[in-house]
Ligand binder design. Structure first.
Ligand code: UDP
Length: 379
């Protein structure tokens, strides 16, 4: 099958990393067209997936944009579509992986007479999206998409609650190659030495730095944990949240945690870093649509403490494959971390169960098969 994948971002966020795995089996016949250049292009090229950057101008609308801002961006969108139509005619279907890709993909699909698939990686609600953007996404999906793939039941439910057609939407979780998360012990020890954390109890937090990802919650909780407990924060401000980064550094200074918190920036060696941790926390303050980092930590054989909302509740079974805590509840998070620190023997069984469950439920081969079957039905 020849697929034209569309994605608005040049940066490798969760939706893009998911797309990379979906597009791999189609790389000999398909193309990923991006609306921005960046590190994601390098990752695609490393995996030998054909990629084309369609424009050097960032489309200015944001998740919270209003109607006027949306209409202004039409001047950027129309040239994109003009460029895409002759390209689209060489492919069997258009696969929009993000919201702006849905807008561009809809018009391209209509004008090139190719079916449209929308992979929904968001919880479509007013916490993250303006009413205009929400209505636009639902209307376009209902009217023009042949299939909506939701990355969790939480995303599917929000789609339907916002007015999305329930007959269009199917849940397919992100897939992972579990072998990538098996790190030899000598590498783990070496990484621990390099990070100077060999004798510490280490909490890992792996997310882009953004207020709703809740790194501030972990820092506040850390101040209430025993002094041997330290944290590594992996990730960077991908979408301009530089004020938040400053706030986090200030919070660390004010709490006197400089020696217990390390900011490692954006990294490409996530499995290696995760394996050096004792536990991994996920502290999003709004419901997470899926939460790739949760599954990745489980595949690394780590106990995850995740905020009890959205997709995280479909990934972690409390007390069996990890722990779920009330979002933004600093006391509860600190207490759960401290219990893990004091009783490491209790988390070994949970971590082992997490690894087994995650490698069965999120195996990339079977996830890609599910997607392939859904796409074949569209032909
Ligand atoms: N990630 C990464 N390097 C970093 C931080 C995160 O490669 O420094 C990856 C992480 O391993 C995960 C993805 O980015 O695969 C984030 O996906 P998630 O679903 O957790 O959050 P999203 O970015 O989609 O909100």
């Amino acid at each position: 099958m020849k697929i034209l994948f569309l994605d608005q971002s040049g940066k490798p966020g969760g939706a893009e990393l998911c797309l990379l795995d979906i597009a791999k089996p189609y790389r000999h016949t398909s193309l990923i067209a991006l609306f921005a250049d960046g590190d994601f292009r390098n990752l695609l090229q490393k995996s030998h997936i054909p990629v084309q950057i369609l424009t050097n101008q960032t489309i200015k609308t944001r998740k919270q944009s209003n109607l006027i801002q949306g209409l202004t961006s039409l001047t950027q969108i129309i040239p994109l579509i003009t460029k895409l139509i002759p390209i689209a005619k060489k492919y069997d279907l258009i696969y929009a992986n993000t919201q702006k890709a849905l807008v561009v993909g809809t018009l391209t699909s209509f004008l090139s007479q190719r079916p449209l698939v929308y992979h929904l990686h968001d919880i479509l609600c007013t916490t993250h999206f303006s009413k205009t953007n929400l209505t636009l996404a639902i209307t376009l999906a209902n009217r023009f998409a042949s299939l909506v793939i939701a990355n969790s039941q939480a995303s599917q439910t929000a789609f339907i609650q916002a007015g999305g057609n329930p007959n269009l939407v199917q849940v397919v979780y992100n897939g992972f190659n579990s072998q990538k998360y098996q790190i030899p012990d000598n590498i783990v020890q070496q990484t621990k030495q390099e990070l100077d954390i060999a004798d510490k109890f280490v909490i890992g937090h792996f997310s882009r730095l953004a207020p709703w990802k809740g790194q501030h919650i972990l820092i506040a909780a850390l101040a209430k944990c025993p002094p041997q407990v330290t944290a590594i924060l992996v990730g960077d401000a991908l979408f301009g949240e530089h004020d938040y980064v400053q706030q986090l550094h200030q919070q660390v200074r004010e709490l006197g945690l400089e020696h217990r918190v390390k900011f490692l920036g954006f990294r490409h060696d996530i499995p290696q870093l995760m394996t050096t941790c004792d536990i991994v926390t996920h502290t999003s303050t709004s419901p997470e649509p899926f939460g790739r980092v949760i599954v990745e930590a489980m595949l690394c054989g780590k106990t995850v403490i995740a905020a009890q909302a959205g997709g995280a509740m479909e990934l972690v079974e409390h007390g069996k494959t990890g722990f779920l805590v009330t979002p933004e509840n600093i006391e509860e998070l600190a207490h759960t971390i401290t219990q893990c620190y004091k009783h490491p023997e209790n988390i070994i069984a949970i971590a082992n169960q997490a690894r087994t469950t995650a490698s069965q439920r999120f195996d990339i081969k079977s996830i890609n098969q599910q997607i392939s079957q859904l796409l074949c039905q569209l032909k």
